[in-house]
Design a protein around this ligand. Structure first.
Ligand code: NAD
Ligand code: UD1
Length: 331
């Protein structure tokens, strides 16, 4: 298939591009590089030994997206492009609505004109808000605690309306839990600009001595060791989940949301200890106050992914930490 990846140079998009190329698909990327490096495209080609087409453009530019769809005879789109920093979205909500919502409307208009009706959308476990029960299944009520989360919710609803209005649409919203790690080559991985907000990139920098110590946000949560619990998923498992989702959605008109996680949670201390085992030294950390807006525990029920997509995550926490460290060292 010919597959368009909006935001395909980013963290999840680049790993998914590798999985798609290796499975024999043709890949076209549209990215404005607002949160990624141009060099990532060459690295994807280096890993796979295959060529892809990369168009530097904003997904809000509908004519450019339309041209990309038509000229490359695109069969399906995976829509990664979006801004994703929760804190930044609280400071500057308009940027998030303008980019994430307007970008999606622009993409949908271009897809409708080009008669491309297969779409995989990058959603997030953030649409479940503060969980009412665990593990979280797709029937769990949705809510949002930040403008970022609200853009994901609004887009999911918009896509549902599209599918109701026209039965030829085939749309799957993938609700990712916590993607971590990197491709085994160490060539691509997660490269946040400035000081990382997320746990594993921060741990990687502490392990390599770039940052002095990790702050563990909260030691008194109602969890086994008092620290926050999340469903960390290896980025290559997540990438392969997109292949499975494409296969499924191609044969299933309508709208559906599916969790992509491992189904089990790990605490912050467990992540630190797994990382220590990989680097064979202590990671300095200090337990500090809870981070505002954080929740105690979040992990997925993954029955839908297993039964519908025939996909399960295979890699464990130590592989996630090993690949993260491998990427950090390669940098
Ligand atoms: P990322 O920032 O690494 O990748 C996003 C890519 O989209 C970047 O390359 C960026 O340059 C590009 N982009 C952004 N706005 C654009 C626009 N208007 N036009 C063209 N390109 C644009 O983020 P990621 O971690 O790869 O996330 C991909 C998607 O998955 C995002 O929609 C994000 O919200 C969602 N998601 C990510 C996580 C996570 O933990 N990484 C979790 C849940 C959901
Ligand atoms: C964050 C985002 C969420 C996004 C997810 C995946 C917020 C509020 N939520 O979730 O929308 O989908 O990333 O990328 O930002 N921690 C520390 N010290 C640190 C960093 C994190 O103790 O320096 C802890 C957190 O309190 C949490 C766990 O590590 O318990 C994971 O944090 P993080 O990686 O930021 O992910 P989430 O908060 O789950």
């Amino acid at each position: 298939m010919n597959i368009l990846l909006t935001g395909g140079a980013g963290y999840i998009g680049s790993h998914t591009a590798v999985a798609l190329l290796e499975a024999g698909h043709h890949v076209v990327i549209i990215d404005n590089f607002c949160n990624s490096q141009r060099s990532v495209v060459n690295k994807i080609e280096q890993i796979t030994g295959k060529k892809l087409i990369c168009i530097e453009a904003d997904v809000c530019n509908t004519p450019v997206v339309l041209k990309a769809l038509q000229e490359n005879q695109v069969d399906a789109v995976i829509h990664f492009a979006g801004l994703k920093a929760v804190g930044e979205s609280v400071q500057n909500p308009l940027a998030y609505y303008a980019n994430n919502i307007t970008g999606t409307i622009s993409l949908l208009e271009a897809m409708r004109t080009a008669d491309v009706n297969v779409l995989v959308f990058s959603s997030s476990a953030t649409v479940y808000g503060d969980p009412l029960y665990l593990p979280i299944d797709e029937k769990h009520p949705t809510s949002a605690t930040s403008p970022y989360g609200r853009t994901k919710l609004h887009i999911e609803e918009m896509l549902k309306d599209m599918a109701s209005s026209d039965p030829t649409w085939k749309i799957i919203c993938l609700r990712y839990f916590n993607p971590v790690g990197a491709h085994d080559s160490g060539l691509i991985g997660e490269e946040p600009q400035g000081i990382p907000n997320n746990l594993t990139p921060y741990v990687a920098r502490v392990a390599s001595g770039i940052l002095p110590q990790l702050q563990v946000f909260g030691g008194n949560y109602p969890t086994a060791d008092g620290t926050g619990v999340r469903d960390y998923i290896h980025i290559m498992d997540l990438a392969e989940g997109h292949l499975a989702a494409l296969n499924f959605v191609n044969q299933h008109p309508g709208w559906i949301a599916v969790n992509l996680g491992t189904g089990s949670g790990h605490s912050v201390l467990e992540v630190i200890h797994a990382y220590e085992a990989v680097v064979n030294s202590k990671i300095p950390f200090k337990i500090v106050d809870r981070r505002p807006g954080d929740i105690a525990s979040c992990y997925a029920k993954v029955d839908s992914a297993r039964e519908l997509l025939q996909w399960v995550a295979k890699r464990g926490l130590s592989e996630m930490c090993e690949s993260s460290w491998n990427f950090q060292r390669a940098k």
